[in-house]
Design a protein. Structure first.
Length: 360
């Protein structure tokens, strides 16, 4: 197949449009999840948790935080899996992927050594679920190592996370930030009638839908050979483009400013950020304070199809004010760009129900 030839501007427009960051905004969180495929969950709420900041950066004023739990728990249009919310339309293919998952030797050995614990946990969920992890006794015969420091000595959260990845248990809701668990067959219904190849093709296609344009067979984007081949002006990469994203690629629907949470999917493919946007982004959360350049949790600022700066700001502990430490300009700004960025920061503070300090 002949490769589609794209200018750099067209390439950036496809990516921005696929991420719902153009002037035309989606209507609700379900529409956002359907297009993006995943909304990352993270408790680091310097300004707002990622699962709330990501929809807000797309929807704007039409987004209320209550939309997300309603879509997950009441309407079942979204579901939680492995640290992200996904649209229900992806569940069949993802369940096949769970079923086909291969475990590392050490993990498989730990599961085998704790077969009775695994059976006890599943039985308790089946009889009494949904339950919080704290409601399930730890009957592990062999504790797992904890070199990462991620888990406590209690083995229940570790077993639940592992069985979730294998498709045996599922998160069905939350109490605050605590997850409520149930057995997967009750939470998800019968197993889908898809084979592994069909499921893989569906998931590759959905990842390309969210990316719009991605490097062929990149481990960052994981789109495989989905879509169609493309070449981008000035790039030596072999690209894959979503053919649906080519419709109206020359139509300029207008740009806008977006403040992106550091865990936003738009930022995940770091090599693509450099290749397509000439933007190098490093999250300084784990960098020693004295070595930080832009701030602990700086939010990239997208203006149209260019990354023009980073916002270093935080919601104070009483949650009364959004405190702006710095607005870093990566390139010289026009007055219109400055006004648009400042307006977006004010809108963010208003959405948080907070005052604003530090913005001159």
């Amino acid at each position: 197949m002949h490769a589609h030839e794209l200018t750099r501007e067209q390439a950036r427009r496809i990516i921005v449009r696929a991420q719902l960051l153009e002037a035309d905004r989606p209507g609700d969180v379900v529409e956002v999840a359907e297009q993006l495929g995943a909304i990352k969950i993270d408790p680091t709420a310097v300004i707002a948790p990622s699962e709330q900041a990501i929809p807000w950066s797309r929807i704007g004023w039409g987004y209320e935080p209550g939309q997300l739990p309603k879509a997950v728990e009441d309407d079942r249009q979204l579901f939680e899996y492995a640290g992200s919310f996904h649209p229900a339309s992806m569940l069949p293919a993802m369940r096949v992927r769970m079923r086909e998952r291969t475990l590392r030797e050490s993990t498989a050995a730990w599961l085998e050594a704790n077969a009775a614990f695994r059976a006890d946990l599943l039985s308790r969920l089946r009889d009494d679920g949904p339950l919080l992890a704290a409601d399930i006794p730890d009957t592990a015969a062999v504790p797992a190592g904890n070199d990462s420091g991620w888990y406590s000595d209690n083995q229940v959260p570790r077993m639940l996370d592992l069985l979730e990845r294998l498709g045996e248990v599922a998160v069905v809701g939350r109490v605050g930030r605590l997850r409520r668990w149930d057995v997967a067959d009750r939470a998800r219904g019968p197993e889908p009638d898809l084979d592994a190849d069909e499921a893989a093709a569906i998931l590759d296609d959905r990842r390309l839908q969210a990316a719009g344009l991605a490097r062929q067979k990149s481990s960052w984007s994981a789109v495989g050979m989905a879509g169609e081949p493309a070449v981008v002006e000035g790039s030596t990469w072999k690209w894959r483009v979503d053919p649906r994203a080519l419709d109206g690629v020359d139509d300029d629907r207008g740009g806008r400013v977006a403040l992106l949470n550091p865990y936003d999917g738009m930022l995940f493919d770091r090599p693509r950020l450099v290749e397509a946007f000439d933007f190098t982004y490093k999250l300084e959360q784990f960098v020693p304070k004295a070595q930080r350049v832009y701030g602990y949790f700086a939010h990239p600022i997208l203006c149209g199809d260019r990354f023009i700066g980073l916002l270093d700001a935080a919601l104070d502990k009483p949650k009364e004010n959004l405190v702006v430490t710095a607005v870093h300009e990566l390139v010289p700004w026009e007055s219109e760009e400055r006004e648009a960025v400042e307006a977006e920061i004010r809108d963010l503070a208003d959405w948080l129900g907070a005052g604003l300090r530090g913005l001159d």
